[in-house]
Design a protein around this ligand. Structure first.
Ligand code: NAD
Length: 408
């Protein structure tokens, strides 16, 4: 069976030969790699709540704290029937990688509950969220581990969890959770941050290729939070957005679409599979994982794939795209605008001083641009893919921090 964590460890192992050239003490390096093959802490508990009808129900819950060499653990909380220990470990590892790629001072973590929240009433959802907050209260906090929303969780759930945490600890600590509603210390610009960050990365990539936004056509798979805001900012910056899709199908117009007019609904004229194979400059998977596989990678006609979703390209497809000289800008770089503005939210909470949306964007851009430039430099120097360069740089930053702390 496909294991997300096996895939994560494979990505780690792939950059070991490159890392061996960087460290004189091979034993120390090996020790660091061994430590990075497992999380520092893994907590589990069955959460029991009373359902509205009076019956009791129990839901397995997890918090995985992968590595905190570079700063407090940081990672979302997912409510989904498929949540499992393997997935938690992989996602927590990838959070550590992402934070290191954009060089923000965090480690990586992830949490979740095995539950289909759509079958719960709002009261049940709140009781379950509070139970989860009680479970993690002893091992989260602004300088320990900072959770955030993920699949099927949102600002309201963070607000319930914050209230529970603060009641238990007896003090205000908004920096314990990010992705909060603005009224409770959330940051301006968080909702659109992932899409906006992706556009900054794409613009920087094109700059290195000497290509102008105006001549660049883009197809976006997925029109949710990430896909919509990506398409919105891409159009604003002059890109020609020729296709977008949701789970029902896609809409394509080679002359360009008006993203603002599509916001509510659109009538599909192509399938999602057709969208992936369009003859465009940039293909942007922004829906689910495993969209580009060994089966369809040969049919991709784009010159570049910008991974806005998490894990949209399978390892098999990655090899095929590399052979075909199609650049893949990896998720661990392209979609880090969200975690970067979460970091801004934490900074604002700690300082008790709040920024405007313009200030948030002014600070987001240089972080995304500089992360891209670091990776481009590594791609050019080592003649490796963007994904390999991102993992190499991130793992090196984490290992350097582990060595400085004397953990190895
Ligand atoms: P979302 O639920 O808001 O949107 C998902 C979109 O994908 C919807 O438009 C849905 O209709 C569409 N979709 C579902 N199945 C599809 C299919 N088979 N083909 C085409 N479209 C399909 O989710 P989101 O927050 O936009 O997240 C999208 C991806 O980005 C996920 O992989 C998520 O993990 C990743 N991500 C999100 C953020 C964030 O800040 N929201 C940050 C980093 C990464």
């Amino acid at each position: 069976m496909f294991s997300a964590f096996d895939n994560a460890i494979k990505q780690l192992s792939e950059v070991v030969p490159l890392l061996e050239k960087e460290y004189a003490d091979k034993k120390k390096l090996q020790k660091a790699i061994d430590l990075l093959k497992r999380p520092q802490n893994f907590y589990r508990k069955a959460l029991k709540i009373k359902l509205d009808g009076g019956k009791n129900a129990s839901f397995p819950a997890f918090r995985c704290q992968y590595n905190n060499a570079r700063g407090p653990f940081k990672g979302g909380i997912r409510f989904h029937p498929n949540v499992c220990e393997d997935e938690m470990k992989a996602l927590a590892f990838w959070m550590a990688v992402k934070c290191a790629v954009v060089d923000i001072p965090y480690g990586g973590s992830k949490g979740g509950i095995v539950v289909d929240p759509s079958v719960l009433s709002e009261k049940e959802l709140r009781r379950l969220s509070v139970k989860y907050a009680e479970f993690i209260t002893p091992f989260v906090g602004p300088w320990v581990d900072v959770p955030a929303p993920d699949v099927n969780t949102n600002g309201q759930i963070m607000a319930w969890m914050l209230e529970s945490y603060e009641k238990k600890t007896g003090r205000q600590a908004p920096a314990t959770f990010t992705g909060k509603p603005i009224e409770l210390g959330g940051s301006q610009g968080r909702i659109e941050a992932t899409g906006q960050g992706g556009v900054y990365v794409l613009e920087q990539y094109l700059r290195t290729k000497g290509q102008k936004n105006q001549r660049t056509s883009v197809a976006v798979q997925g029109f949710g939070n990430v896909g919509y805001w990506f398409a919105y900012f891409a159009q604003k910056e002059g890109f020609k957005v020729v296709a977008v899709s949701n789970s029902k199908g896609g809409i394509y117009n080679p002359k360009g679409l008006d993203v603002n007019k599509l916001a509510d609904s659109f009538k599909p004229n192509i399938t999602n599979e057709e969208l992936l194979t369009l003859d465009v400059d940039v293909l942007v998977p922004a829906a689910l994982e495993n969209a580009i596989t060994g089966a369809n990678a040969k049919k991709i006609n784009a010159k570049c794939v910008l991974e806005m979703a998490n894990g949209p390209t399978t390892p098999e497809a990655d090899v095929i795209l590399a052979k075909r000289k199609i650049d893949v800008i990896p998720d661990v770089l392209a979609n880090t605008g969200g975690v970067t503005v979460s970091y801004f939210e934490w900074v604002q909470n700690l300082g008790g001083y709040y920024w405007t949306k313009e200030e948030v964007n002014r600070k987001l851009k240089p972080i995304m641009v500089s992360a891209f430039d670091d990776i481009q430099k590594t791609v050019d120097e080592k003649k490796i893919t963007y994904r390999q360069a991102a993992y190499f740089l991130a793992i090196k930053r984490i290992i350097d921090a582990m060595m400085l702390r004397g953990r190895v």
